[in-house]
Design a protein around this ligand. Structure first.
Ligand SMILES: Nc1ncnc2c1ncn2[C@@H]1O[C@H](COP(=O)(O)OP(=O)(O)OP(=O)(O)O)[C@@H](O)[C@H]1O
Ligand SMILES: [Mg+2]
Length: 271
């Protein structure tokens, strides 16, 4: 991962597979998934529960090994990286945020300690004041005040915790954020706040975002492109307007049919 292949996408998945179990019980949780994401692009992955979205997120974050296929960062194959010290370089550039922010934190660690520990994947040695500055900057990026640093996870609201999780992902200065249903445990107004925050991050840092959701409204609000997952496979992909206005695959048509209708039009423009 020392040289960049010019013109290669930021991240590419090529025939990525993940099975669980063996023999007749084998489940193809992720099946020959191929797509790429460019710098500054927001791509949504939509699909019903159990379609393989979180498994794909964990594969792309290299938290789970694929059983087939390749993952490339700037054209470089990262599938063969296994040891934590090899993957550190990857995790500087590709970070994750998850649905259940409470479970994602050590309950005994203050916000300061959790954010500071996230800096350990950087291979440069930072002084303690540089570390503090990074943590402080990340908090500011997500609109939180420094007084939150001393608090424990249970002392925070769901919306604050979700923003702290995004701040934790930002401390390494990632090029790609993989956000797996980051808003599904939040109420409607906080949901929009977090979506707007993600859009701001893209604007400010040209950060790419892979946004996983089962909500077509949120995919429509936030993303440039949509990938539709069904039973482990990507069955359709394209620009948002194209997928939502003229879905080609029967499953996408069914997903859209489930969206509440207002005056005969699918009500997907709102979050
Ligand atoms: N560690 C595991 N062992 C066995 N099966 C697993 C494992 N992780 C996921 N699965 C199975 O893989 C399939 C895909 O699960 P996954 O969590 O990726 O779906 P999802 O699209 O994220 O669903 P949801 O919308 O409910 O979050 C499911 O059938 C799930 O039971
Ligand atoms: Mg999931």
């Amino acid at each position: 991962m020392t040289t960049n292949s010019r013109g290669a996408p930021l991240l590419a998945a090529q025939n990525v597979c993940r099975t669980f179990g063996h023999g007749p019980d084998m489940l193809r949780a992720v099946d020959r998934v191929s797509f790429s994401i460019q710098p500054g692009e927001i791509v949504a992955i939509v699909g019903e529960s159990g379609s393989g979205k979180s498994t794909l997120a964990r594969l792309l974050l290299r938290l789970l090994d694929p059983t087939g296929g390749q993952i490339l960062l700037h054209g470089q194959d990262v599938t063969k990286l296994h040891r934590n010290n090899e993957l550190k370089i990857y995790w500087q550039k590709v970070q994750g945020a998850f649905q259940d922010s409470f479970a994602a934190f050590n309950q005994f660690y203050s916000v300061r300690r959790s954010l500071d520990r996230a800096l350990n994947v950087l291979d440069v040695r930072l002084t303690s004041s540089e570390r503090k500055q990074r943590v402080f900057n990340s908090l500011r990026e997500v609109g939180l005040e420094p007084d939150i640093l001393a608090k424990l996870p249970h002392q925070l609201s769901g919306g604050q915790l979700q923003r702290v999780m995004i701040a934790r992902a930002l401390v390494t200065g990632p090029e790609l954020l993989i956000a797996d249903e980051p808003t599904s445990m939040l109420d409607a107004s906080l949901r929009v706040t977090v979506l707007n925050l993600l859009m701001d991050l893209r604007k400010r840092h040209n950060m790419s975002i892979l946004f996983i959701t089962h909500d077509l409204g949120q995919a429509n609000y936030l993303s440039d492109r949509i990938l539709v997952m069904y039973r482990g496979e990507i069955v359709e992909q394209g620009p948002v307007a194209q997928v939502l206005e003229s879905p080609q695959h029967e499953y996408t048509q069914r997903l859209l049919a489930d969206v509440p209708r207002l005056h005969g039009k699918a009500h997907v423009l709102n979050v």
